[in-house]
Design a protein around this ligand. Sequence first.
Ligand code: HEC
Ligand code: HEC
Length: 162
Amino acid sequence: MMNRQRYLWTAALVAGVVSVVSWAYPAHADSRMLSKAQMLPAYQQECASCHMAYSPEFLSKPAWNRIMQRLDKHYGTDASLDAATVKEISNWLAQHGGSYKRVTESSPEDRLSTTPWFVRKHREISPSVFQRASIKSAANCTACHMKAEQGNYDEDFVRIPR
Ligand code: HEC
Ligand code: HEC
């Protein structure tokens, strides 16, 4: 039988190993994002008609806030909503927006696809691939991530269309 001291020492060692492992493999730990089914109904309804419902963890809270404040000038289109819906979605994004260091780094135009983590994760893909007719843009996550709608970005479910 283990004495109490030895038990505590073992527990501390296990906790240390676990935290080192999850520090070394952060991508794996956070490659599962909110699935569409877990999102606020108003967000699913209003923010997933022109593109997928992006997982809120992928952008910082201030970035989401800026996006919600200028929906009339939304990446070249008008995505305006009534004030009550804007407020409901904004509040939800303010709770679920990412707070990891990597998403709080700058993201030109407040895009997921311009955040430094995105650029790092996709650095092996040449810009011409993103422009293929079957993909259209880096913002079109579902073109390559077959389970993006389920919040799953694991490499087992990536396929780059021709
Ligand atoms: C009328 C269509 C439309 C609606 C509705 C819409 N969007 Fe968009 N959204 C776009 C277009 C077009 C782009 C640019 C896509 C591109 O560059 O390929 C875009 C891009 C984005 C991006 C940046 C994607 C990237 O990483 O480049 C975010 C974030 C975003 N939308 C969030 C939202 C949110 C939040 C809502 C709901 C409040 C919303 N959108 C509703 C059309 C729309
Ligand atoms: C042209 C195809 C393509 C598009 C479009 C694309 N990705 Fe990727 N993505 C990849 C590839 C390829 C990888 C690297 C796979 C690997 O080795 O893990 C990757 C990796 C990732 C990873 C890291 C996964 C991990 O476990 O390390 C995340 C997260 C991710 N993409 C999110 C997104 C999001 C969010 C979008 C849309 C804003 C997007 N991707 C658009 C192809 C794409």
